[in-house]
Design a protein around this ligand. Sequence first.
Ligand code: FAD
Ligand code: UDP
Length: 378
Amino acid sequence: MKQILIVGAGITGITLAERFASKGCKVLILEKRNHIGGNCYDFKNKEGILIHKYGPHIFHTNYKEVWDYLSKFTEWIPYEHKVLGYIDGKFVPIPFNLNTLYQLLPERAEKLEKKLIEKFGYGARVPILELMKVKDKELKFLANFIYKKVYFGYSKKQWGKSPEKMDPSVTGRVPVVISRDDRYFHDRYQGIPKEGYTKMFEKMLKNKNIEVKLNTDFQKVKGKIKYDLMFYTGPIDEFFNFKFGKLKYRYLKIKFKTLNKKDYQPSAVVNYPELKYKFTRITEFKKLTQQNHNKTTIGIEYPGEEGFIAWPFLDEKNKKTLKKYWNEAEKLKNQNIYFIGRLAEFKYYNMDEVVKKTLNLFSKIFNRKSFLQEILCQ
Ligand code: FAD
Ligand code: UDP
């Protein structure tokens, strides 16, 4: 039987492996880290507290197909993410919404609320860079206030740039919300895998047709590995030996601390937009996973140029470079090499989006009348 090679054991690579192996195909996954799961990896630290090694991961989606698919491998802890921002000495809801308005600008809130609803309608979700375009003097004051208090400092720390220097989709992920809904995500399905992401992935990989080789960097073995079909989920620029230059990523360092107390902060994640704090946010993992433990572990995030690759840096320059790489990647489809996932596509994907893309790609390839179906799989 011929071989499918998957580079990277993140949620993209694992979903591909599960799908093809379930149809009888033989799959080899190469992963350069010493564990599966990519950036969704979680594990119990020495105190026995389940932590997300690469930052807080909350599963949320409007795709029923994706929810149903993953639900075959895990039960879920029902969890709706609510983030607080520590602003002007108060813990206030993020995204900025009408509750935040009343907490930070109590004297002016009623009038501003009325104006916001008149202009955008109750329930609207308005990206800050859109809100900044309003003409009305009072709404303009509010837009500048929110920009300064919520977005400016956070984005400076996160990207090293102010919000308008980044692609508008970046701050558009966390719009100003004209309602009293304090949830961070408004998707229909939300949760945390009951026994963790890694356990869910282990179940997905439990198939005799799948072999996983950890601590194996594709770059170092690529001449030696034979395959008939390859899916590459690593950084696209690295695959092509950076021939069009390096794409810019943002890296993350997380300082973990285990504290001798049951409880640390009022919500699972607290954002710190003010520049006087060097970090962007603190996660208290027990509040995500609902684990009972008399100690608690927190993760303090320092984005920058060091740590692990965490985010694609979305600006015009990188988008142009990406285009060149993507043209090359498209040509390799003829040789049965596909690029997919957050690093390979250089896209700011959430977990559900990569699973959706992966399921679609799988169906497209598997259902097409070709050697894949007839020869690769039994
Ligand atoms: P990755 O998880 O990056 O996996 C790629 C794998 O390929 C890695 O394991 C890597 O080691 C391996 N690899 C790379 N190069 C090579 C090579 N040369 N050889 C072998 N292996 C290689 N999404 C959500 O939906 N909800 C959230 O709450 C959320 N929070 C996040 C918080 C943070 C801090 C970050 C950084 C991301 C968050 N995400 C969240 C996004 C989520 O992590 C991604 O959507 C998801 O991990 C993408 O999966 P992937 O498999 O494409 O990439
Ligand atoms: N953002 C911000 N202040 C916040 C939260 C988010 O300025 O309190 C901006 C910031 O630019 C950030 C982007 O919105 O990079 C996307 O935030 P999100 O929480 O989606 O980031 P992620 O979870 O991917 O780290």
